[in-house]
Ligand binder design. Structure first.
Ligand code: F6R
Length: 588
């Protein structure tokens, strides 16, 4: 979950470069940050609690090598001392780390017995002290490799040594990408951070260790120490894709990019959907899996496949999928849906499914991500880099692909493109100044509410879950998405005078029954926000959404993204970096 950026160069500029790199990665973790550099064979470290925002590293000496980290705390509270990098006793080794060093307690106990002094509460510090011990017996890269092999759990470790001109990085589970420059080389936890410097990259595999100097990059197997072949890949994203541009926040920019995402998916042809649909047809007992927002895409997929193609598919949440394994065999297909391709619960599920010999298809946004590489079949979502913690355009990309695939399953893929085109037009209508102003006005009305309910049926049920997730995760207003039919089974008890309820009422078979739900809430004092193709007297506030048939779920969700965004602005919070969360959940 942490952001990592490392730099080794023949020129002396490293700390500033690392700071700039970390700022591009802050969405991965932002409770504290730290940078270390080597100058005159001495390691200097600066680390602080809080967001990296306006930080400067002018007080750090310039060096040829530096690295840094933005933290999302796992072991040890959020303090300056617990921020990374962590040093050994002699200040000769510095380490940053992503993941959980599961057996660190016993390692730490032994180190303390042998005289090592710990200053932080982190598991990471045990890595620096272990390297310190190993370095007495061997060279620096070997010391890192031996230390890495002692670690249990899923980890990425990056280390520097005061007397060595290399940056060492080993991974098992957590993502690390090497960037190739001219007289300089880079390392990052996310390819988007490398875009200002290079598009030539290598995605480290599990159990690989990279040794970067200003002139070379070597990759070795962490288990055997044997040199491996490095196949350089090219990133297709552009630099501007990862910048805020004229927008105040990444989230707003990404919301506005959604028409482009839909148009690109329509324009990229029917091949990916046809291929995925053939694969689904040739399998027996398939699952769509995802976490958080991606799990709602997976759930929407089950409704889309059933409604459009009369085809059954299961869906499961990544963290729960382990309990469905009994149903998997070599005929099964697991379609893993993920923006980052690094979500640990998804990767773990995929590994387990592979052990059952199931086929794996990925619907993933990040080329070269762990999920991308683990999968037998891959569809790239094509949303471009998503930096706001709250997922928006990636979800719209996922839904667009699933809609096309559902139509392809029914042999009507062309109709799928036409339907998506309706969603594109409807989305453009929502993103007009007038419509945004209308949603902003609603945010102003709702900003002091403690609870917001969202109801829907059919495809609007996953839309309701997603709308509630967006609202709660960035505005911190409690929000709950409900299948409208469940109201009477409990939640109606919560409705009182003025309770806001968003009701999704698209032009489909759910309209009448969902309207009844809205009326039940209204009768108990609820403030009804109707999201629909036509007004109704039961609505206290009406958000018009032009009909896009089965793809209306897309513009419907976009209204909630905007509402969540403007609620957050009204309340004075940062929509890009919600508290306690980070992009790319690489721990279980
Ligand atoms: C919510 C959100 C998360 C992610 C989830 C899965 O706005 O962004 O719920 O959807 O962590 O992430 P990916 O798609 O990267 O696997």
């Amino acid at each position: 979950m942490c952001g990592i950026f490392g730099y080794v160069s023949s020129k002396k500029t490293s700390p500033r470069r690392v700071l700039a790199g970390l700022k591009r990665l802050e969405y991965r973790g932002y409770d504290s940050w730290g940078i270390a550099t080597i100058s005159n064979e001495k390691i200097s470290v600066k680390k602080r609690v809080g967001k990296i925002g306006a930080a400067s590293v002018g007080d750090l000496p310039e060096g040829y090598i530096a690295f840094g980290h933005t933290r999302w705390a796992t072991h040890g509270g959020v303090t300056d001392i617990n921020a990374h990098p962590h040093l050994d006793c002699k200040n000769e080794v510095a380490v940053i780390h992503n993941g959980i060093f599961e057996n660190y307690e016993s390692v730490k106990k032994d180190l303390i017995k042998n005289g090592h002094k710990f200053v932080s509460e982190t598991d990471t510090e045990a890595i620096s002290h272990t390297i310190e011990d190993q370095i007495k017996k061997t060279n620096f890269p070997e010391a890192v490799r031996k230390t890495f092999n002692k670690m249990e759990g899923l980890n990425a470790v990056i280390a520097i040594c005061a007397t060595d001109r290399s940056l060492i990085a080993a991974r098992n589970g957590s993502p690390l990408i090497v960037g190739f420059g001219d007289g300089e080389n880079f390392l990052a936890s996310d390819a988007a951070a490398l875009l200002p410097h290079t598009k030539k990259v290598y995605f480290l595999e599990d159990d690989e260790m990279a040794i970067l100097t200003d002139k070379s990059v070597k990759v070795v197997d962490t288990k055997s120490g044997r040199l491996k072949k490095v196949k350089v890949q090219k990133i297709t994203w552009n630099l501007a894709d990862g910048e805020k541009g004229k927008f105040k926040h990444f989230m707003l920019k990404e919301i506005h990019e959604q028409p482009r995402v839909i148009a690109d998916i329509i324009g990229s042809g029917t091949g990916p959907a046809q291929n995925l649909s053939k694969l689904i047809k040739s399998s027996k007992g398939s699952y769509l899996i995802g976490c958080g927002t991606a799990s709602y895409a997976a759930l929407a997929g089950t409704y889309l496949f059933s409604k459009i193609a009369k085809f059954h598919i299961n869906s499961a949440i990544g963290s729960e999928f382990g309990y469905h394994l009994d149903f998997l065999n070599r005929k099964s297909l697991v379609i893993a849906v993920s923006q980052s391709g690094e979500t640990m619960d998804i990767l773990e599920s995929v590994k387990k499914a592979k052990n059952k010999e199931a086929k794996i298809a990925a619907l993933v946004n990040v080329l070269g991500s762990s999920l991308y590489r683990m999968s037998d079949y891959k569809t790239l979502i094509g949303a471009g880099p998503e930096k706001a913690v709250a997922s928006t355009k990636a979800l719209v990309g996922m839904l667009s692909h699933l809609i096309l695939t559902a139509f392809a399953l029914d042999g009507r893929v062309r109709e799928g493109q036409i339907t998506l085109n309706l969603a594109l037009e409807s989305t453009k209508n929502i993103l007009t100044k007038k419509s945004i102003g209308h949603i902003k006005n609603l945010a102003n009305k709702l900003k002091n509410k403690k609870h917001i309910y969202v109801i829907g049926r059919g495809l609007s049920y996953p839309a309701s879950l997603e709308a509630a997730l967006k609202i709660k995760e960035i505005s911190y207003i409690h929000a709950e998405g409900l299948a409208a039919g469940e109201l009477k089974h409990g939640p109606l008890a919560l409705v009182e005078k003025g309770t806001p309820a968003i009701a999704y009422l698209p032009n489909d078979e759910t309209y009448g029954a969902n309207l009844a739900g809205a009326m039940e809430m209204k009768a108990r004092g609820g403030y009804i926000i109707g999201v629909s193709f036509k007004p109704h007297e039961v609505f206290d506030y009406f958000i018009p959404v032009t009909d896009a048939r089965e793809a209306t779920i897309i513009p419907n969700i976009i209204t909630a993204q905007l509402l969540a965004y403007y609620l957050t602005i009204e309340k004075g919070f940062d929509p890009d970096k919600p508290r306690n969360l980070a992009k790319s959940v690489t721990v279980k």
